[in-house]
Ligand binder design. Sequence first.
Ligand SMILES: C[S@@+](CC[C@H](N)C(=O)[O-])C[C@H]1O[C@@H](n2cnc3c(N)ncnc32)[C@H](O)[C@@H]1O
Length: 227
Amino acid sequence: MLKPPPDRLYGRQRSHALRPRQEKLLAETLPRLRFAAPADPASAFATPPAEIWLEVGFGGGEHARTLAETHPHVGLIAAEVFEQGLCSLLSALVPDGAEATALLPGNLRLWDDDARTLLRELPEQSLSRLYLMFPDPWPKARHAKRRFVHPDLVGLVASRLKPGAEWRAASDDPTYQAWVTDVMGAQTLFEAPPPATERPPGWPPTRYEAKAHRAGRTPLYWVFTRR
Ligand SMILES: C[S@@+](CC[C@H](N)C(=O)[O-])C[C@H]1O[C@@H](n2cnc3c(N)ncnc32)[C@H](O)[C@@H]1O
């Protein structure tokens, strides 16, 4: 019997002490980009976006930055709990010394907490797309409850997506791949065709994907469509 995921698994996380530049990015830049309007998400962006997308666990942020740059009509909320990841994205956006003043993208906002908390706070049918790129695999069975793809979370994700919206996901971990197949094969809220074994055209690459290829693993790429 699977345990339901706990309400709050992650707060911000840090692997080692931050450098002064990283401290400045978190203190001065992050507050200027922080997504703080879950009840009325469109109001968080410089101009009301045509669509709102969410990326869960953006890691170093290359994928999120590319999405925001190439889809200016979209408001992208990018969620990450790991401070070094937040800093990596922020450092690519602002030059050293301009943490408090540099112009920031109007269509990108950051959520520096558990993405599941955000999902609970967003209105129903507020998202047009959700990205879950190379989520932490939690390969041990006793940690299965920590996986983002989880029977107890599918309903929440579905409720925040508009009909026809896509949930795009990728994983290189064989345990997680089999798990996704099982979980998504057992639900009815999304169309869940078999995954692709090559990154579909138009999907930006990610750092973990490159790591997976270097290690000889084959990622799978899913597109689940909200019914
Ligand atoms: C394996 S990394 C992949 C990073 C990136 N997507 C890539 O492909 O390079 C997974 C990331 O998801 C973040 N993460 C895990 N669970 C999360 C959650 N519930 N909310 C926000 N971020 C989360 C972790 O901190 C980690 O940086």
